[in-house]
Design a protein around this ligand. Structure first.
Ligand code: KMH
Ligand code: ZN
Length: 301
């Protein structure tokens, strides 16, 4: 039976505490929800930290170390530390949590983009409202900077840690960026692609686009890669189920969608993991255990 690696992205840097009562906004909540998500079937935990007093996204390594020991003690899930940081942070600031945690995996963003998210948008045709309503207010000038120089720095600085990257590709051009870097020996096979679909500024979460991303990856990387999909916002479950049907893996979690179904707020990360586990089993897929995921992705053991 095909095994599907479920990643759960617990809190992220996009949603604010007022958007969802369920969003983990301090270290205890992050630890508790991450542990519950792992018990529900997530093999990989993609982790960001939050400031304990304000609930705002934090890239202070001390805030990561408030929840990491507990997650590591209570689960055998693969820890994946974000290197996305904040839009204004330097590369060293973005990498500080990874240096402190020396995790099995880290995110690696494969190109720069305008970055906005509309939490209720279902598809690009929903973007018909006034521009003010389309994006989370204040994100209209956001540029998520990941130049070739930045990518090279992240790869070089984390090389001594033997980290496997979750290569986040927000559009088809990012696959070509990855191919360019791979050909120059920056990364080790097998690579793990994360198709990020549905961010306003990147490729939309539509079936045709997923097929296009997958076909392009096949041409560029042959059969020496693993892949997964994030459907941001309301498309999360649909894209996750589809990815598994196509032989890929999937990512859920409140970082990428605060909903459990269209218009219905999720109550926790574990609720989203439980739902995708049910869907996977109904359609003939089986969630991979952390050790099965380690084998498939070639992680340091
Ligand atoms: N929330 C994702 C769409 C990172 O952590 O490096 C972006 C992300 C980036 O996961
Ligand atoms: Zn993230």
């Amino acid at each position: 039976m095909p095994k599907t690696i479920i990643t759960c992205a617990i809190t992220g840097a996009i949603h604010t505490p007022t958007m969802s009562d369920a969003l983990p906004v301090n270290s205890d909540m992050i630890a508790e929800q991450a542990i519950a998500a792992a018990r529900a079937g997530a093999a990989i935990l993609h982790l960001h930290a939050r400031h304990p007093e304000t609930g705002a996204p934090s890239i202070d390594p001390a805030h990561f170390m408030e929840f990491l020991p507990r997650i590591r003690a209570e689960t055998d899930a693969i820890v994946n530390i974000s290197t996305g940081g904040s839009l204004t942070a330097t590369i060293d600031e973005r990498l500080a949590p990874a240096y402190a945690a020396s995790p099995e995996m880290c995110s690696m963003n494969m190109g720069s983009l305008n970055f906005a998210i509309h939490p209720l948008a279902d598809r690009m045709s929903d973007y018909k409202h006034d521009w003010e309503e389309v994006y989370i207010r204040g994100s209209e000038n956001n540029i998520f900077r990941n130049t070739f120089g930045d990518i090279a720095q992240v790869a070089a600085k984390l090389a001594p840690h033997d980290v496997k990257f979750e290569h986040e590709c927000y559009d088809v051009g990012h696959l070509y960026n990855l191919k360019f870097c791979l050909d120059r020996g920056m990364f080790k096979a097998p690579i793990f692609l994360q198709f990020v679909m549905g961010i306003l500024g990147g490729i939309a979460a539509e079936v045709d686009n997923l097929v296009f991303m997958k076909r392009t990856a096949d041409r560029l990387f042959g059969n020496s890669y693993q892949w997964s999909v994030i459907g941001a916002g309301a498309q999360q479950m649909k894209m996750a189920a589809l990815a598994a049907q196509m032989g890929g893996h999937c990512r859920v979690g409140l970082e990428d969608s605060i909903f459990i179904e269209r218009g219905v707020p999720a109550t926790s990360n574990a609720q989203q993991v439980e739902k995708i586990v049910r869907i996977l089993r109904e359609q003939g897929n089986e969630p991979a255990t952390p050790d099965e995921a380690r084998d498939m992705l070639g992680l340091k053991g």
